[in-house]
Write a protein that binds this ligand. Structure first.
Ligand code: SAH
Length: 244
């Protein structure tokens, strides 16, 4: 079913993801409609499939991005108690998902995309600069692209205007962490950087050196208790050392 969502236009693609129940929440649909995938995918942007973006990286298929956003949604949206959500997108690649997440975090929210390949961090930023809205997110600091090893997570030192109070109260960790490449394990640093409550969406190898992977969600509740759930089988590029 996942592969049946391809369309002729951006709207077509998103309507098909909606009709196939891959996007279920109207706010998620709205966010996807605001981002033109043509700014992020090198060709056939409205096909529901992954595509190479160079440097052994791929832009994931739209249905995978839909699953990820639906799963993280309760942690991404601003609320009265959390007006400035912080979201980490590890392996941000094309920057497409980073942009969709930025549509959802609200005016005081932050989304940081982390890449270990500098050219891909630049690609994400360049792609986002193709739309007026994306440009605005970059200039106001709602979105930042950083270069680093995502297995260690990311500590964003600069607090944004409007988020100081939330950072003081809830710490500088992340309400939601999306990992866009397959990890050999759920890295402790990532769990430690989750706020309480918070959720991580991460593909993990079933066994070392194997080709089978599953999506896991790692939830931290308000008391800091951690619960891991194995969801469904996937194929992601691996989370690795940076190429020399
Ligand atoms: N979410 C992106 C997925 C890109 S593919 C998109 O849909 O466009 C996975 C990405 O993870 C690649 O861009 C790769 O460079 C990056 N990556 C792999 N290992 C990494 C690491 N250790 N730290 C940060 N990024 C990593």
């Amino acid at each position: 079913m996942a592969w049946r969502s391809s369309g002729a236009t951006n709207r077509d693609l998103i309507e098909n993801l909606w009709n196939n129940k891959l996007i279920k929440d109207a706010r998620v649909k709205e966010a996807f409609l605001k981002v033109d995938r043509a700014h992020y995918a090198p060709s056939h942007p409205y096909d529901d499939r992954p595509q190479s973006i160079g440097h052994s990286a791929t832009i994931s298929a739209p249905h995978m991005h839909a699953y990820a956003v639906e799963s993280l949604l309760p942690y991404i949206l601003p609320t009265e108690t959390n007006p400035a959500p912080r979201v980490l997108d590890i392996g941000s690649g094309s920057g497409y998902l980073t942009h969709v997440l930025a549509e959802l975090v609200g005016e005081h929210g932050t989304v940081v995309g982390v890449e270990h390949i500098p050219q891909l961090a630049e690609l994400g930023e360049r792609n986002m600069g193709k739309s007026a809205e994306g440009k605005g997110f970059l200039s106001c600091g709602r979105v930042k692209f950083r270069v680093g090893d995502g297995r260690k997570g990311w500590v964003e030192k600069e607090a944004r205007e409007g988020e100081e109070e939330t950072v003081e109260r809830r710490g500088s960790g992340w309400d939601a962490i999306h990992v866009g490449a397959s990890a050999v394990k759920v890295h402790d640093e990532l769990v430690a950087q989750l706020r309480a409550p918070g959720r991580m969406f991460i593909p993990v190898d079933d066994e070392e050196g194997g080709y089978e992977q599953h999506i896991w969600t790692v939830d931290k509740d308000a008391e800091g208790r951690v619960e891991k759930k194995k969801l469904f089988g996937v194929r992601y590029v691996p989370l690795t050392d940076a190429p020399k």
